[in-house]
Design a binder for this molecule. Structure first.
Ligand code: ADP
Length: 495
């Protein structure tokens, strides 16, 4: 007979040959792999070799009787299902055998069907046992996989140089890594579990984490990055994301902290370098510019038209460079925090009147109307650096004149709103497409259209204006429509 490794192995131990042969025939048809033994000792000796799942065991045998064999089998391997064959339906023997650990019994003599039923029951039990064992081992494996995965994530988080903190929807900290504690100078032994404010001192960052945890941000793009200083020499940037559940409900927030002190230092060095170079270039350039102006006045009659044009062009270019250097130096000062070095009481109406009067000639040159409308004079006094205010409104009104065609109109309005003064510079000029509006406050950004291509500039005016306004605690915004005009609104807090 061909050996089927998947077949259930059955050992039949019976001294009666008829029973052995009959059982073998029945069991083989049931796809079992059958081994026969005619005595108890022989059966026991075969155990190790055959490793049966089921044993059919006669109770009444010469030599070692069935009950003793059963006892020995139990000692050797109690997972084997032993079906005892009891002569003349001796119920007592069957009961005793069952007590000793037999799985079932079949009376002798038996019909083939009787044996089949009992063996089928045993086979079913084996099948269930195997299934249970498989499930148990799978579960063990899943649990151990989970355990490994958890400890792997733990190790990764622990070795990250960036700080990581995870909160639940109430803003309670559920996890934080060592880098987080280190970056914020927290005790290394500090455990998660408390409210976010117990760990983070910076109020702005606390508010942001709470907002994200509570699901305020649906659009990730809207979540701001948050920069803050841990000390005078350490700067961090925090980025957060909500943690979403299966139904997209917000379960909390995960926030990373990155140390960007080095970037800040590089940025400062860069600004210092730009300031130094600009400073060094300014005087020689101004000298060249003046000398060119001199030469040009002196050579009115003598030189050729061409020569004059070349020198005029050179003079214009040096003026452009001088403007650029002036702007770079202004920006460096703003970046260094020197926005309001000499705050004074300023009457903004007077200041605006002065600027408008000064720029009137420029506007007249382009046949433009330049009007100043002050809603409720007198405006409350501001405490600010007048030079900074002049730079802000000088830049905005000059831009309005530059980027408005001949014959256009520029209006400057000012009104008090209680806590601040609102100044608008409104023109009906070239305007800009919406895509440029955010970017015009970035350094060197200039909008080039067919109409503005030939207007010279540095692209530094608006970054300077924004830096100055924000340095005073105010804000600037812009609305614009191509061909219709632009409105720049500046709000400066009073007091
Ligand atoms: P600059 O004027 O030297 O180029 P700015 O930073 O002052 O630099 O302005 C940046 C850009 O914004 C300008 O190049 C121009 O394209 C656009 N811009 C500024 N003000 C106006 C305005 N009033 N109308 C239309 N475009 C403007």
């Amino acid at each position: 007979m061909e050996h089927n490794p998947a077949a259930t192995r059955v050992l039949v131990i019976d001294d009666e040959e008829g029973i052995r042969v009959g059982s073998e025939r029945i069991l083989t048809r049931m796809d079992c792999d059958v081994t026969l033994a005619s005595q108890g000792e022989q059966g026991l000796n075969l155990l190790a070799k055959v490793r049966p799942a089921i044993i059919l065991l006669d109770m009444k045998m010469p030599g070692m009787d069935g009950m003793e064999v059963l006892g020995r089998i139990r000692e050797i391997d109690d997972s084997i299902l032993v079906i005892v064959i009891t002569g003349y339906a001796t119920v007592e023997t069957a009961i005793e055998a069952m007590k000793k650990g037999a799985y079932d019994f079949v009376p002798k003599p038996f019909e083939p069907d009787q044996l089949r039923i009992v063996v089928n029951r045993a086979l079913e039990k084996l099948r269930l046992q195997q299934k249970t064992a498989k499930l148990v081992s799978e579960r063990r494996r899943t649990l151990s996989d989970l355990g490994t995965e958890k400890s792997r994530i733990h190790t990764i988080l622990a070795s990250l140089p960036n700080g990581v903190i995870v909160t639940n929807a109430d803003g309670r900290v559920v996890l934080m890594n060592p880098a987080f504690k280190q970056h914020l100078n927290l005790d290394a032994q500090l455990h998660a579990g408390g409210q976010i404010r117990d760990y983070i001192q910076d109020q702005g960052l606390c508010d942001l984490v709470l907002d994200i945890s509570k699901g305020k941000y649906i659009d990730y793009e809207e979540i701001p990055t948050y920069e803050f200083a841990v000390s005078d020499e350490k700067f961090m940037v925090a980025r957060g994301r909500p943690v979403l559940g299966d139904q997209h409900e917000c379960l909390g927030a995960v926030v990373t902290l990155v140390d960007f002190t080095a970037m800040k230092v590089i940025d400062r060095l860069k600004s210092e370098f730009v300031a130094k170079v600009s400073h060094e270039l300014r005087s020689p350039l101004s000298t060249i510019h003046e000398q060119l102006a001199h030469v040009l006045t002196d050579m009115v009659d003598e030189a050729s038209q061409d020569g004059q044009q070349i020198l005029s062009r050179a003079k214009e270019k040096t003026q452009g460079l001088i403007n650029l250097i002036g702007d770079l130096l202004d920006l460096s000062r703003i970046e260094a925090g020197a926005v309001c070095e000499t705050p004074k009481k300023v009457d903004l109406s007077d200041l605006l009147k002065g600027i408008v009067a000064f720029l009137k000639t420029k506007a007249d040159g382009k046949k433009q109307q330049l009007q100043l409308e002050i809603a409720q004079a007198p405006l409350p006094h501001l405490t600010a650096d007048p030079l900074a205010l002049e730079s802000i409104f000088g830049n905005l009104i000059t831009n309005a004149i530059h980027y408005t065609p001949e014959g256009g109109r520029v209006r400057v309005t000012a009104e008090a709103t209680g806590i601040s003064i609102l100044v608008k510079v409104i023109d009906n000029g070239f305007g800009m497409e919406a895509k440029h509006l955010e970017k015009i406050f970035e350094r060197f950004y200039r909008v080039k259209t067919a109409k503005t291509r030939y207007i010279t500039g540095t692209g530094l005016g608006l970054p300077i204006v924004k830096g100055l306004v924000e340095g005073m605690g105010g804000f600037i915004s812009v609305e614009s429509t191509p061909t219709e005009g632009s409105t720049f609104t500046v709000s400066i807090p009073v007091g």
